[in-house]
Design a protein around this ligand. Structure first.
Ligand SMILES: [Zn+2]
Ligand SMILES: [Zn+2]
Length: 280
């Protein structure tokens, strides 16, 4: 199968922020919702992470009467799961949701983490009462598996992040998307796992939470930089690079400055914006 055979992937950024949502007039351009990316493989929906950006996506899926989605969760930090209880398809008896995630570094499953999130006193409705058909698939980091009737091959590798996180590489025909959030780079080399996830990708979505000048204050927090994203992009021959998981401390003015500087040197790299759509 090739791109010439008419296969298409649409990408829509639903939440691009890391750590915590931020809402004020200073965040209108790049958006304040946390990590969530919608992928559409010729009509089949795959969602990456369930940050607060998943809420509006869920409303749209219900409106469009989409009955089945696959959700891949990189890890259980708040900014990647806190939209989950507000994902409207969960409350529809006619919706089926398959959730794929690696066990957490302490061995607990993502199902257990989401159950805790929806338990008293944090949330009024326990996950056991959800009316939709919800299935969990535990995957080991390093596993590969298929989605969308076998059309999409997903490869996973562990990232360098406190409590663990998985990176995903999705291959659909010849189109490759790498989702690498959250991860901290190494000082002396590019992470082999990151390189192999990103290799030759049409689109790499990468944790560029900090700039290099900010990074020393946050070393050890589990996040990477704009500069490292560009280094990975070159080393792995990535075609387009979306800087992602923006710091909530970066206002639109800060983001525009970063975006302009990046695009002037690397025309195929850009800061992801909430609502942005790409066709691969
Ligand atoms: Zn995060
Ligand atoms: Zn994290």
């Amino acid at each position: 199968m090739t791109k010439g055979s008419g296969m298409g992937v649409e990408v829509r950024f639903r939440g691009v922020r890391g750590s915590t949502p931020c809402c004020s007039a200073d965040y209108n351009v790049y958006g304040g919702n946390t990590a969530c990316v919608e992928l559409n493989f010729d009509g089949q929906t795959v969602i990456l992470d369930a940050g607060t950006g998943i809420r509006a996506l869920g409303n749209e899926l219900v409106r469009k009467k989409i009955a089945h989605v696959d959700l891949l969760i990189s890890h259980a930090h708040w900014d990647h799961i806190s939209g989950f209880p507000f994902f409207r398809p969960l409350y529809r008896t006619d919706c089926k949701l398959d959730v794929y995630a690696c066990p957490l570094s302490d061995g607990r499953s993502i199902e257990n983490a989401l159950e805790t999130q929806m338990s008293s006193p944090f949330f009024p409705l326990p996950m056991s009462k959800i009316p939709s058909s919800l299935r969990f698939h535990d995957i080991e980091s390093g596993d590969s598996f298929k989605l969308c009737g076998g059309a999409v091959l997903v490869k996973t590798l562990p990232l360098n992040h406190p409590n663990g996180a998985a990176g995903f590489r999705l291959e659909y025909g010849e189109t490759v998307i790498a989702y690498i959030s959250d991860t901290e780079h190494f000082a002396d080399r590019i992470d082999d796992n990151v390189l192999s996830l990103a290799h030759g990708a049409d689109l790499m979505i990468y944790d560029a939470m900090f700039t290099q000048s900010e990074y020393p204050t946050f070393a050890g927090w589990g996040h990477s930089t704009v500069e490292e994203a560009l280094a990975v992009s070159s080393a792995a021959s990535v075609k387009r690079t979306a800087l992602f998981h923006h710091s909530p401390e970066h206002t639109d003015a800060d983001m525009m400055k970063i975006d302009r500087a990046v695009q002037s040197e690397y025309p195929n790299a850009f800061c992801a914006k909430e609502g942005m759509r790409l066709t691969l």
